[in-house]
Design a protein around this ligand. Sequence first.
Ligand code: FE2
Ligand code: FE2
Length: 404
Amino acid sequence: MLKKIHVKDVKQGMFLQEICGSWMDHPFWKKSFTLTDPQDIKTLNECGIQEIWIDIEKGIDVDSSVTAESEEDQKNKIENSLLQAEKFTPKAIPRVSLQEEVDKARLIHSKSKAAVFSMFQEARMGKALQLTEVTSLVDEIGQSISRNPEAFLSLARLKTKDNYTYLHSVAVCALMIALGKQMGLEENLLQELGMAGLLHDVGKMMIPEDVLNKPGRLTDDEFTVIKNHPQRGWEILKGSPGVNEMALEVCLHHHEKMDGSGYPDKLSGEAISLFARMGAVCDVYDAITSVRCYKSGWEPAEAIRKMAEWQEGHFDKNVFHAFVKTIGIHPSGTLLRLKSGRLAVVIQQSEKSLLTPIVKAFFSTKSNAPIEPEIIDLAKSPDAIQCAEDAAKWGFDLKKLVGI
Ligand SMILES: [Fe+2]
Ligand SMILES: [Fe+2]
């Protein structure tokens, strides 16, 4: 049985099931383990993590005086908090279908990957960044997002552990533009947001690769080196021509948290600029949905729920809700069971409600057999979502079904 507790209530002998925070926030890599080393408890208390899940069947329980939350309480709280995003402005309707956009998006994505790779190599060699090529690419990414955000965003999630940093930069660029659009920001700011997203982690080029990609627990010194990347990135950007204030700001402060427990400056609340608060949300989402050398990524639906769970103290509430509206409660590519017994994959968000995406039904659980694929707009159908299903368990190739 799992209980969620505050880190100040953690004791030796507890079984740590999961840390409530992004992988960049703590030096632990082991998924779950028994807390035996007092140093681990000290690190947990110092690294800015607020809460953890413990399994009281595998380790000791909390004292009866300590407040702990059950999984069920958490689940309800998360779904309710996600639904608050419904209050935000309607989602913009894509101008073209995902199928129409996906080939163009693929081309822009592969050009961006190559351009970011060579730009970051220059940074690694200590040279100033040349932004000319990437400036026009950020424009192209923005245009693709305007035509259909889900085409580029779906492609941007696909990474391998070797090209993570470059493709993460491209993904955060696209997410920043999509989020800015959802928040109604002006066109010229969207271009700046995209560029800020693209450059936010350039400081990682100054971290030795064996530390950056270490598939084990980081030592205190290694974790300090990793946490220096915003400052190192800021220095590179400061010395490069044509880098605007927003990119400098997002680079330096994308790891700050609303409660002041982030880094490097421990800023809190409004002291963190809106653009850095947007960067924090886009950065964490892409990091936890990506495959890393030490971790496989979460599906978007799960990632959104994890972020809802951590949002208190970490993210700006309004920015997070706008982000939920951008990605969806049932993001594209999610496998759903409908009340009719059909299995369907989400192919597009709806401008009406987060609960009624457009889906492609392709399998009947009643006859346990494939059916002729049918596109269903759940806002206009008597059918509705029953629950999310585990795609890995069913073994379907959802990427193919979505068309990416
Ligand atoms: Fe970062
Ligand atoms: Fe990042």
